[in-house]
Design a protein around this ligand. Structure first.
Ligand code: AMP
Ligand code: GLY
Length: 426
């Protein structure tokens, strides 16, 4: 079977790596892919949002299954177009992808189906939004309605910061049309966790729990990024809490989306805050998390191709097998990320890093030029490792990180420390 992975980041490298392990898969393609994907498959120069070109390629090449990494093509309707042409594709339709594509839509659905989430109000008029912020005070969270590459959420510590956020999003339109509406919501406190399930639109099967590290610096300081590292499992999600998430969040959303006439197929990702008053949903994503996927897929024993195909065909597998080990993923980023950064720095040491037991290095933002590997993005590499516990997994991952070099490289040194503290009962 031939599989096409849409996207070019570390998540897509991990997906391609895992799919290529399936006995049923003979060839993996990445569009546009990256040098990490090129190690295991073939890269084709088509951008993820060029839906027509991707469908043409899948038809011409006889692709048996397409797996979509990023949200943009899903929100734009890649699944609708592939399904129209009778091509098998893993992911939600654009109607279902609104759960990520419109934060206002997601909040309305949560309210309707009584899914626990922060109290909120939706505004289309910046003046009213600003008045509301001034009335309720800070801290408060301002969210652009549409897609904003993970930058559309401002957790404002003061009223003036929140007012400024409204102005940037709704008046200056820094995220374009994504800022036609804003969601303003109560600021929650607690520990975050990611809960991902695979669903065929009726039933779901949970993936292993994980935790992302969104802020750029250690101890969750600095601006938010796409994610600086992850680990799996996340002990903050006890079995009891997991059951709560399944019953109060996942099941009602899947049922609700079906009732809304937009059944959800693919990966449903709930970003959660574990508060003192229980679980609350921060957001939904309609795809695998990046870098959660890298941590989760390192632990998956089952055949990912079979799992994805079963969801597409509406006969979801009943069970997933997991390695008992803990996994860690450390993101190596370019100097300046998540702000402006330079590209084209020479990368060395990946081979040495992969000599550390269990270590696999996924490529996120890299490019090969004349046989040299260069940086080509904000998040450059993902160093993943397994261990019998979080301590051993961290030790291996960071030992491997030390072998890798590129000018300006920076990374968080505390990936997984929250789990270490829990393990030690601190
Ligand atoms: P989102 O894209 O909605 O997940 O937001 C990005 C990040 O902003 C989350 O991972 C949280 O760290 C933070 N965040 C979002 N909503 C809230 C909230 N209501 N209270 C506190 N932090 C939030
Ligand atoms: N790591 C967060 C995300 O994929 O949205």
């Amino acid at each position: 079977m031939k599989v096409l992975v849409v996207g070019s980041g570390g998540r897509e490298n991990a997906l391609a790596w895992k799919l290529a392990q399936s006995e049923k898969v003979s060839r993996v393609y990445g569009a546009p892919g990256n040098p990490g994907i090129a190690r295991i498959g073939e890269c084709v120069e088509i951008e993820p949002t060029n839906i027509k070109a991707l469908a043409d390629f899948a038809e011409k090449e006889g692709i048996d299954l397409t797996v979509v990494g990023p949200e943009a093509p899903l929100v734009k309707g890649i699944v609708n177009e592939f399904e129209r042409r009778g091509l098998k594709i893993f992911g939600p339709t654009k109607e279902a992808a609104r759960l990520e594509g419109s934060k206002a839509f997601a909040k309305e659905v949560m309210k309707k189906y009584q899914v626990p989430t922060a109290d909120f109000k939706i505004f289309t008029d910046p003046k009213e939004a600003k008045e509301y912020v001034k009335k309720v005070g800070a801290p408060i969270v301002v969210k652009a309605d549409g897609l904003a590459a993970g930058k559309g959420v401002i957790v404002a510590k003061s009223v003036s910061e929140a007012v400024e956020a409204v102005e940037k999003i709704m008046e200056e339109k820094v995220f374009g049309e994504a800022g036609n509406k804003v969601v303003i919501e109560e600021c929650l406190e607690g520990e975050e966790a990611s809960y991902l399930v695979i669903t065929d639109g009726e039933r779901f099967i949970p993936l292993a729990t994980s935790q992302d590290h969104k802020a750029v610096f250690d101890n969750d300081q600095g601006p938010n990024t796409g994610g600086m590292g992850a680990y799996s499992p996340a002990p903050v999600l006890s079995e009891e809490l997991e059951r709560e998430v399944q019953e109060k969040v996942i099941a009602p959303i899947i049922k609700g989306m079906k009732e809304e006439g937009a059944p959800f197929k693919g990966v449903l990702y709930a970003g959660l805050m574990i508060t003192e008053r229980g679980i609350k949903v921060l957001e939904f994503n309609v795809r695998f998390g990046d870098p959660e996927a890298q941590a989760i897929l390192r632990r998956l024993e089952s055949d990912l191709f079979e799992v994805c195909l079963s969801a597409v065909e509406g006969n979801l597998v009943k069970e997933l097998k997991w390695k008992p080990e803990t996994s860690v993923c450390v993101v190596l980023a370019s100097k300046g990320y998540p702000g402006k950064y330079e590209k084209g720095k020479v990368i060395t040491g990946i081979e040495e890093a992969e000599k550390v037991p269990t270590v696999v290095v996924f490529h996120a933002g890299t490019k090969e030029v004349n046989g040299k590997l260069l940086t080509n993005g904000g998040r450059v590499l993902n160093v993943t490792a397994l261990g019998r516990d979080i301590i051993e997994a961290r030790e291996r991952a960071y030992r491997a990180v030390e072998k890798i070099h590129f000018e300006g490289m920076h990374y968080r040194k505390d990936i997984g420390l929250k789990a270490v503290k829990r393990l030690k009962g601190e």
